[in-house]
Design a protein around this ligand. Sequence first.
Ligand SMILES: Nc1ncnc2c1ncn2[C@@H]1O[C@H](COP(=O)(O)OP(=O)(O)O)[C@@H](O)[C@H]1O
Ligand SMILES: [Mg+2]
Length: 248
Amino acid sequence: MNLEKGNLLYRGKAKDIYQTDQQEQVIVKFRDDITAGDGEKKEVMGLKGYYNSLISAKLFTILENAGIKTQFIDLPEPGFMLSHKLEMIPLEVITRNIAAGSLLKRFPFQEGQNFNPPIIQMDFKNDEYHDPMLNDDIILALGLATSDELEIIRKITIKINDVLKNFLETRGLLFPDFKIEFGRDCDDNIVLGDEISPDTCRFWDRETKDILDKDLFRKGESGVIEAYQKVANMILDEEDKKKWSLNF
Ligand SMILES: Nc1ncnc2c1ncn2[C@@H]1O[C@H](COP(=O)(O)OP(=O)(O)O)[C@@H](O)[C@H]1O
Ligand SMILES: [Mg+2]
């Protein structure tokens, strides 16, 4: 399979989207570029794309098995995810189980505070406007999604949180918060797209409370790729590890 045969449809900060010879399918290529602070801090980190693609594939599979529609079709090789092509909705749907990050700068929450029920926050995915927080009226007025779609997105997001939080707990990880993106498939179904990885989630070691995600990079700390590798090691099954034996 020539994975890069099709046209490049989109080049983002961390991934490329390629058309395949199937109109409704794309290849999502996970690159090694890592960025933070609105793209101001930038580096290349060998194997980041490799681990993020394996982690995303695993978590998408868990969700599919729980009945949630995702973009995931196959991971023909690490770094390259064959996916359903989606018309992306420019929302960053953020779910928070534990107070961390930007939320603490904006509101008087206590670091480490638990949220039950979780907080669902929607930001406008728009670099020019620096991803401002939205409310339902603004989303509808901007025409980003319909009220029916918003309701579906909220329901699916709550289910995704329940499924992933429970799974990650069994693998020794806390799941303080995460950001996901949805799109519409060719039948206008709402489908989970993009990625679920240490670039877009907070993962903390349940025992040691060690940070195992992009926060290490944001803070300028070492051991970023080792943390991503550790997450992959904790969540992948032995079978997956054997299949991709090279870097474990
Ligand atoms: N299945 C998909 N079909 C089409 N576009 C997608 C799909 N999954 C993700 N995308 C879009 O492709 C881009 C992924 O690249 P990324 O590097 O994360 O970009 P960005 O810098 O915009 O966050 C994002 O804009 C995302 O919305
Ligand atoms: Mg992105």
